[in-house]
Design a protein around this ligand. Structure first.
Ligand code: BES
Ligand code: MN
Ligand code: ZN
Length: 486
């Protein structure tokens, strides 16, 4: 991750490889945004040159031009901020900064001559510079390196906060991008444990023996099909002067083959990202350690590899979850809810004020809401809060219902609850997931379940501060939720 620096230098004379300016999309063409007046006066015809190059100021656009010695920076990158009238939204600024950072790859230093929200500029740039190519054997010197230093011309910017957030999101992205052969449950638990311990957090890891002794039937059912045994990691942060306690739960399936209900092979490789919820929850704890909010936060992270084998659980099995409820298994590919139910029950035992769980739970989420909007189910107030915070941080989420008629289909004739609809109904899959989990959350507990099957990763061309692969969603939402309780 690049380092963030602050300066009060004049943008026209600052020593930097790339100077970034903002452009509004005015009626008569692009117009320089606040913060770059010194560039305009040092470089006659600057805005006209940008116009000649086709710059419009539309959000998401990037125009690069040499400075011809008019300013100290050899290269100027102009990023679109959209219509001046609206004022750029925080997310527009984040994305513009991310696009600028991507355009600065291969250079060492970049400086923002944009007078906008410093946190948005800094976060956007640090996240836009993210790159994951850790398994290439070509020397690093032969590869295009992300920009190394990002300078903000605002000495009041909160570097510690921006760094803390960006570093947490980057670590989350790293874990999600790591292939499943390099991150099986024991290794994942070790890595989360090491990172959390280093951050000064309290860590407890339950291995398969401890899980058996504790009766964690859901995690064991999924995890025992693999030679790499399951884990339940608990990470705790105690905030100074805290009165509230927030619990986080994240799905950590390090690889999801579907198990005995095996998935088709075509897209299976992608299931190395099925621990996106776990990685986000662990990343959030690292952010919390850095930001030190006045609230207690505990994370419960179940980790398992869903494999078909002679020790795997089967469709038709009845599994006793942690806490004693019985589940009739119908499809071993609905493994996420099997590990989450144990972790939710365990979380509720510590009597938190609210529980947030997040998981790459259902393909139905992607069908219903697309790849960039998470589905949210739970208590009304918490669903609304997730949507609101998500909008603020630029991680879209939308509340979904848990209708009575679908709840009815999840009744089992032989166990307490059916894992998926007993009539094998495919409709409302995302909702079935939420409804199943609700059976493991106490009646009066404020709770939201965030299904991130789509938003946890990005497969197309990069945009804004989102690059190919893991996005780090919903780390910044979880941090925002935690702070809303401080
Ligand atoms: N990990 C998948 C969900 C998923 C699908 C995540 C696509 C990311 C992209 C989950 O474990 C799963 O297999 N869900 C099934 C549930 C079904 C078997 C009840 C699904 O969505 O089809
Ligand atoms: Mn599955
Ligand atoms: Zn899964």
């Amino acid at each position: 991750m690049p380092t963030l620096a602050l300066s009060s230098a004049d943008p026209s004379t600052i020593e930097t490889d790339v100077l970034v300016v903002g452009l509004y999309k005015d009626e008569n063409g692009p117009a320089l945004a606040e913060g770059a007046a010194a560039v305009e006066s040092a470089f006659e015809g600057f805005t006209d040159s940008l116009k000649t190059l086709g710059a419009t100021g539309a959000p998401g656009t990037v125009t690069t031009l040499p400075s011809f010695g008019h300013v100290s920076a050899p290269l100027i990158v102009a990023v679109g901020l959209g219509k001046r009238a609206d004022g750029p939204s925080t997310e527009t600024v984040r994305r513009a900064a991310g696009a600028a950072a991507r355009a600065s790859a291969g250079k060492s230093t970049m400086t923002f001559a944009i007078d906008a929200d410093s946190e948005a500029l800094g976060l956007g740039a640090l996240l836009g510079a993210y790159k994951f190519d850790g398994y290439k054997t070509t020397p690093a010197s032969e590869r295009k390196k992300p920009v190394e230093t990002v300078t903000l011309l605002d000495e009041t910017a909160n570097v510690k906060r921006i760094h803390g957030l960006a570093s947490a999101v980057s670590t989350t992205r790293d874990w999600v991008n790591t292939p499943a052969n390099m991150l099986r449950p024991p290794q994942f638990a070790d890595q989360v444990s090491a990172a959390a311990t280093e951050a000064g957090l309290e860590v407890e890891v339950l291995d398969e023996t401890a899980l058996e002794a504790g009766g964690y039937g859901g995690i064991l059912a999924v995890g025992m099909g693999s030679a790499a045994k399951p884990r339940l990691v608990r990470v705790a942060y105690r905030g100074k002067g805290a009165t509230k306690h927030v619990a986080l739960v994240g799905k950590g399936i390090t690889f999801d083959t579907g198990g005995i209900s095996i998935k088709p092979s075509s897209g299976m490789w992608d299931m190395k990202t099925d621990m996106g919820g776990a990685a986000a929850v662990a990343g959030t704890m690292l952010a919390v350690a850095a930001l030190a909010p006045a609230v207690n936060v505990t994370a419960y992270i179940p980790m398992a590899e869903n494999m078909p084998s002679s020790t795997a659980y089967r469709p038709g099995d009845v599994v006793t979850a942690y806490g004693g409820k019985t589940i009739e298994v119908l499809n071993t590919d609905a493994e996420g809810r099997m590990v989450l139910c144990d972790a939710l029950t365990r979380a509720a035992e510590d009597k938190p004020d609210v529980i947030y769980d997040t998981a790459t739970l259902t393909g139905g989420q992607v069908v219903g809401l697309g790849k960039r909007t998470a589905g949210v189910m739970g208590t009304d107030e918490e669903c609304t809060r997730v949507k609101k915070v998500g909008e603020e941080v630029g991680e879209l989420a939308w509340p979904m219902p848990m209708p009575e008629e679908i709840r009815k289909t999840m009744e089992s004739s032989i166990a307490d609850v059916s894992q998926t609809a007993a009539n094998m109904e495919r409709s409302g899959h995302m909702l079935q997931g939420g409804i199943f989990l609700s059976h493991f959350v106490p009646e009066d507990m404020p709770w939201a379940h965030i299904d991130i099957a789509g938003p946890s990763q990005h497969s197309g061309e990069p945009y804004g501060y989102i690059v190919k692969g893991a996005t780090g969603v919903p780390v910044r939402t979880l941090v925002g939720l935690i702070e809303s309780h401080a």
